[in-house]
Design a protein around this ligand. Structure first.
Ligand SMILES: Cc1cc2nc3c(=O)[nH]c(=O)nc-3n(C[C@H](O)[C@H](O)[C@H](O)COP(=O)(O)O)c2cc1C
Length: 177
């Protein structure tokens, strides 16, 4: 698939995963794609922990309520550091978002599925902090997102998106050109 085809074939997958393990080689490729993303002033504020150990996966799922991606053979946990790029400008959110999108695309290219789980784990109950504790993450890092990785068992459903002309234009806002 070309990169454009991968982009249009990527959809958030929330179904069950097959039990097949994801080879380390593929997990490394996916994480490398994440780390290759641009970052504000090249501060590289994003770090990653990929969990593929069954015992640690079990400990993580024990703190996620309601449960998500319980059958995924691997989870990539995205960490961020609030380092300023210059003066008081911090681009950490943009940095990790770019890294996540790169990883989601790499995941699809390699034949796996995923979903950007951020809202679920960063809500008031702070599941993210509980996962960070399981993984011995130092306090200067925030765990902000988890990406399951695995082969989909169920159908991949494309969500409805607004039409192009409602969100993108040439030359001036809302132009009909
Ligand atoms: C910042 C952010 C947070 C998200 N958090 C969650 C989440 O907590 N749970 C979830 O099921 N999906 C989450 N998603 C996935 C979105 O729901 C999904 O991208 C959106 O519905 C569009 O679907 P698509 O990814 O298939 O294009 C999140 C996406 C983003 C960008």
């Amino acid at each position: 698939m070309s990169i454009i085809e991968i982009i249009s074939n990527r959809h958030s997958y929330r179904g069950k995963y097959k039990t097949d393990r994801v080879p380390r080689e593929d997990l490394i490729k996916i994480m490398e794609a994440g780390l290759a993303a641009p970052s504000g002033c090249n501060k590289q504020t994003t770090s990653l922990i990929c969990v593929d150990d069954k015992g640690i996966l079990k400990q993580i799922h024990a703190v996620i309520e309601p449960p998500i991606a319980e059958t995924a053979p691997a989870l990539i946990c995205v960490l961020t550091q609030r380092i300023n790029a210059y003066r008081d400008k911090c681009f950490a959110v943009q940095d990790y978002s770019a890294a996540i999108e790169n990883m989601l695309l790499a995941i699809v290219e390699l034949g796996y599925q995923s979903c950007w789980y951020e809202g679920h784990i960063t809500d008031d109950d702070k599941i993210c902090d509980k996962i960070a504790k399981v993984l011995n993450v130092p306090t200067e890092y925030d765990l902000v997102c988890i990406l399951p990785v695995g082969i989909a068992e169920n159908e991949i459903i494309a969500p409805k998106k607004k039409v192009f002309s409602e969100r993108a234009w040439f030359n001036t806002f809302n132009s009909k050109e």
